[in-house]
Design a binder for this molecule. Sequence first.
Ligand code: PPE
Length: 303
Amino acid sequence: MLKTEKIWMDGKLVDWDEANVHILTHTLHYGLGVFEGIRCYETDKGPAVFRLEEHVKRLFKSSHIFLLKIPFSEEEISEAIKETINANGLRECYIRPLVYIGDGGMGLYVKDNPTRVSIAVWPWGSYLGDDGIKNGIKVKTSSFARGNVNSNMARAKVCGYYVTSQLAKKEAMSCGFDEALLLDSEGYVSEGSGENVFIVRNGIIKTTPLTSILEGITRESIMHIAKDEGIPVSEERFTRDEVYISDEAFFSGTAAEITPIISLDDREIGSGKPGEITKRVQNIFFDTVKGKNGRYSDWLTYC
Ligand code: PPE
């Protein structure tokens, strides 16, 4: 991880090495915190944050679900994100806002511990590798399931959920795969450890419905682009064997961007290479985030 200079904590910029918390920070023990993952891309007009407003809104919605009261407004957080990017002089970076419960009381029920907010930024290359973006990755269906919708609040990007994701990721990696695909509690495909999933069959793009997945902002952007391209998009449940026989598949996410999936459980998907529709959407997506596609210019916030 590349260290940067400043991290925003509770309203002010502090030095990277001073951005520390007490060991009794509540979230460290019990996992209740919410966060965002946002990317800022280099463009001809300077650094631009992709879909800033949507990410900040999701951070507030995640907090709402978990009864966390963020002591800042959405506008203040958006400004703080831009301020942190500028303070670090970065042209391109990943942005990690985190809302967490500070120290004070211990035990599951605490009333008076402060709700704290931090924003860190750092340069982060391709999440699943440059080769993954270009040539695709190999995926394994996980033996760990996406939690039931009444246990895991899927609409929230909550820290605690990522223990399941880590189990799935570790399992996939130790079996020689690049990433995991989790099924939901009923056995249908849900999403990757940190990505939404798409398949393409007979020219139609399918993605899992919002029932058991994070409401991905990249996912929404892809559906928007596909519709504009005249490619039909269907949000519907599908099974792992439908992925085996699909023509193309890909993951989407802020960190993962658009990464083709070339096999699932050792079954080649389509030709075993990134598919034509995947590449078409990928090209539009990368042009868009880099400010080279005027059609979606309102998705970019310049710092
Ligand atoms: N599902 C999950 C479980 C998920 O974590 C992410 C993002 C997505 C879907 C895609 O959502 P969106 O980024 O809005 O398109 N995962 C973040 C965390 C990755 C990490 O390892 O940290 C991310 O991509 O930033």
